[in-house]
Design a protein. Sequence first.
Lengths: 446, 446
Amino acid sequence: MPLFSGFLYIPPMPNEESFARLPGFRDFPPQELAFRQHIFDAWRRVSRRYGFLEYDGPPLEGLELYTAKSGDEIVGQLYNFQDKGDREVALRPEMTPSLARILADRSRSLPKPIRWFSVPQLFRYERQQRGRLREHFQWNVDVVGEADVSADAEVLAVALDGLRELGLDEMDFRARVSDRRLLRAVLEEAGVPSGEMESAFQVVDKVERESDERTLERLGELGLKPTAARKVLELLQAPGLERVQEHYGDRDAVGPVLEDLHRYLEDLAALGLEENVEVDIRIVRGLAYYTGIVFELFDRKGELRAICGGGRYDRLLELVGGESLPAVGFGMGDVVLGELLRDRGLSPHFRREVDLFIVAIGDDLRPLARRVAAAERARGRSVVYGLRSQSVRKQFSQAGAEGARRTLVLGPEEVSRGVAVLRDMQDGEEREVALESFFPDRREGL
Amino acid sequence: MPLFSGFLYIPPMPNEESFARLPGFRDFPPQELAFRQHIFDAWRRVSRRYGFLEYDGPPLEGLELYTAKSGDEIVGQLYNFQDKGDREVALRPEMTPSLARILADRSRSLPKPIRWFSVPQLFRYERQQRGRLREHFQWNVDVVGEADVSADAEVLAVALDGLRELGLDEMDFRARVSDRRLLRAVLEEAGVPSGEMESAFQVVDKVERESDERTLERLGELGLKPTAARKVLELLQAPGLERVQEHYGDRDAVGPVLEDLHRYLEDLAALGLEENVEVDIRIVRGLAYYTGIVFELFDRKGELRAICGGGRYDRLLELVGGESLPAVGFGMGDVVLGELLRDRGLSPHFRREVDLFIVAIGDDLRPLARRVAAAERARGRSVVYGLRSQSVRKQFSQAGAEGARRTLVLGPEEVSRGVAVLRDMQDGEEREVALESFFPDRREGL
């Protein structure tokens, strides 16, 4: 809408809404920031425990990094635009393409396997719904350069340990794992033409949310005969490993995949994680680049969306112009996880805290308060004092608001004797301390 | 350029450039990430030492948050676009408007002064030059709700301590401080009409980079008589406090400002920072919303751009629809600071490290390796083992590449005796340890 409409200039209205936060974005005032940091800290501790190194990339990337390689769903939800240099760019909707791009130049000189993690903020323009945001932070953990299924197990172990580190246990969550090659073999056997395979994956992906009739109908649309469609549906209704083994175990395309899955489960058992994991061939994952084992983590009550998703993507690095390297990884967002932690009473108690608040009785002593503060801060302690002239009562009230563990009271009489009064704010105990003790290196007087 | 040109479809060329990083953006592979983290850690430690709480906001904001209140320079360099809901949005070029917006809803319920800090990534579409990036991370520290000049001093102290925390000292940097009200009084006195004051500030801002003739000419263009222009230039050539005091100290608009500046310098002296600070009335700062004392930090050699800039902005919160609250703060970027640290040899040595690498002699022992790893990780240690079947030599070589402090060697003979060999990778010392010691809570055998 042009501001000049004919000869009538309509000035822009002052509008409180103009300065509102964009819908789907979050502010993090200190209490929310502390909760976010609590999650990030756990993610970082666990990553390091498994020998992963942290990396990061830019939040803005060339659009083409996503259009060819990510799933249709993501590309339809990109925050993309043309920059002032006429480049087509997008806010990153996921981290894996950036990882592949960063490694494309460097992987040859790095010892394998490469174990990297990151905690990027990601952006998607989704239709606004309750609990659906347009940004989130996502823990990304990847092992690059190892094709063995033990790398898949290691990566899932990291994800599960990330949840346990935050206080969740096997009663709270479970991992559902599958292998895209398995589902592909089953669907091929049932008569899905290879050109319809992606569509068939989408039918499977939705099977838990749709009626049996609708699923049969959709499978029929993909070219399956009614008997074959019914057989696929039955399999999807009892989606564990046994049934697949029983019905398809002797097929060429299925045998080696089942063997991989069995080794995967054994590795997870050796890591003590068997209780958390179940095979479920309905797990597909939305991203186009997955090639093998895929997994999702869910809350056991089934109230929330997936907490985490990941899998093997052996061809992505090559696709962005890098070395051909197998890779496996996951992304875990902070939003669904945060909801789960809050539901389970696992969000940490937030409180402000400083080591020391210095109370000056009279303005003449405010410079001394600053000198003591500087000395204590040089020792690494957190120290606050009033920034304006105010009554002792107000200073104590501010000490309380700041969460001071101790106060140091500088009074004229005490200072003239070379001391000050240190008060423990928990038990109220007071004692005199020599002012000299704050300046042990100084010869001159106070 | 349309892809369909007449009836000739020209397919997009596969192009390695498509997957390049955008110009002006940085990747952070682990070594660079570690350097960035080293800086962030120092910033956070110092912030907490002064009682500041961390917050964050979204990297994307409504465009109007910047167009009315930031400087022209920033607005001309915005990454702005229309989102899929037809909102005019921009990647944040600075943090202060977001802070003002976040506080607008909350400040009434918060105890004053509000001490908040943040480490956001910021974005500007600047013309590409050596060393000029289009993003950086910026330490933002603000005291909101305190008009007293001691808040200005406190905020500058935080900035200076941030540099000292990273190993820099007064030989490396200095703070140049001024007060916009002072410069305004001087320029008014010299005959600059109030409508030209912003332009006059820009002349002053550039005086160090331009010839005297050019500066006189530009002051003339703003309406100054040659004598007045020469007097202003002389002042800008000896820009300390004495000269201003001498020539303008008795003016109504100048006296109280000088008094504030003296108290500011006294407060900084009490904090032990007098060596780092000099008054320089040429310091203006580019942002439109500053109202009082402003400052910049520079490397003493004068080789780099400003490390940090800040000042008082007493009207911004009101402008975005919040409570009328005085405020003072600064932003310190990671790019110039990083250059300075590297110049001074103050970037930390990067090395990969894990506590333990487990070597399995024979594939039969790989499950045991996993169980030991899981047990050690549960104790918080970082543990890595080979993810594929490989020779003992290769496993040791991987242990070296991972920076393992110790290796645990699981051999069939030792394991049959219930032990394994722990080797210190620094001194090569080896000793046998009981496998039981890894699983103290387990009754059953290994």
